[in-house]
Design a protein around this ligand. Structure first.
Ligand code: SF4
Ligand code: SF4
Ligand code: SF4
Length: 285
């Protein structure tokens, strides 16, 4: 699940009360933020070793004579990519791991994929919404020199879709929280049912991540390792999680959020996205 992402701690935004993500301690986050500050250019959330290895991995892959073969092998994965990304195969083929989009994002949302089993994706950009959300400033797209991120892609206005986590959301458990519905900048993207539980309109949601950032579930609930930290997460529209209608459990989200949906296509065309009705107050705090 996205709670398992390697999240940054660099952006100073309003206190969402977010706990450290699963798999990343507060001390680890502080260390990475300090590293990023000292280096000036190395992405937050990435150690010096990871940064060097990501660059090396990119060089090796490019030097191997194109990424097509590697992209075919990694077709099972689906990550939350910055706006302007096409499908996974296109991004893996066009991205040269230069990290310019990572450096361009003013809110440190764009992070390079770390070294994991999914080697072909190492160093490619992934959005992490812990301390910030996307306002579609498009600086990442402007910075991309290869066309891996482009203004023409459907995802330029539609990054992903938010999924409520039924066993982590405070409102689904005992009620009383309306933070995500109150803060969502897209009119109608989150509505409350007659029990006060949030539901996401998967067409209207543009995946900006504001709901994920502000969700106070980590500070309202007692720590429970069996559930997600936040009550809502944005997932790629190409993920199997996006193919499941309605809310997910924590276990379902963890299993499906980075697994590619089988009915694939690009999965990026659904949703009105930012071209829809951004009317409510989405001001960056
Ligand atoms: S559009 Fe702007 S805020 Fe969103 S990921 Fe790109 S650089 Fe960051
Ligand atoms: S998803 Fe988070 S912000 Fe929204 S109602 Fe549930 S606990 Fe509150
Ligand atoms: S539009 Fe943004 S804040 Fe609203 S539900 Fe979608 S991701 Fe969350």
């Amino acid at each position: 699940m996205q709670g398992m992402k390697e999240k940054s701690s660099g952006q100073a935004t309003a206190g969402s009360g977010a706990a450290a993500p699963l798999g990343a301690s507060a001390a680890d986050g502080a260390t990475r933020a300090d590293d990023a500050t000292r280096s000036g250019r190395r992405p937050a959330g990435m150690s010096r070793r990871q940064f060097v290895m990501a660059g090396a991995a990119g060089a090796v892959l490019v030097g191997a004579g194109g990424l097509g073969a590697f992209a075919r092998d990694t077709a099972q994965a689906a990550y939350l990519r910055p706006p302007g990304a096409e499908d996974e195969a296109h991004l893996l083929a066009r991205c040269d791991r230069c990290q310019r989009c990572v450096q361009a994002c003013p809110y440190d949302l764009v992070q390079p994929r770390p070294l994991t089993w999914d080697f072909p994706a190492v160093g490619t950009p992934e959005l992490i919404y812990k301390d910030g959300y996307c306002d579609f400033c498009m600086k990442c797209v402007e910075a991309c020199p290869t066309g891996a991120l482009s203004w023409d892609a459907p995802s330029a206005a539609n990054i992903g879709v938010a999924k409520v986590v039924s066993d982590a959301c405070v409102a689904w458990d005992w009620g009383g929280c309306t933070v995500c519905a109150d803060r969502c900048p897209v009119e109608g993207a989150i509505t409350l049912d007659d029990r006060g539980r949030p539901h996401v309109d998967e067409v209207l949601c543009d995946g900006c991540g504001l709901c994920e950032m502000v969700c106070p579930a980590p500070s309202l609930r007692a720590y429970d390792a069996s559930t997600a930290e936040k009550g809502i997460y944005v997932v790629s529209r190409q993920s199997a999680a996006a193919a499941v209608p309605g809310a997910l459990t924590s276990a379902e989200l963890e299993e499906l959020c980075r697994t590619r949906r089988t009915d694939a296509g690009t999965g990026t065309t659904a949703g009105a996205g930012a071209a829809g009705s951004r009317e409510k107050g989405g001001s960056r705090e």
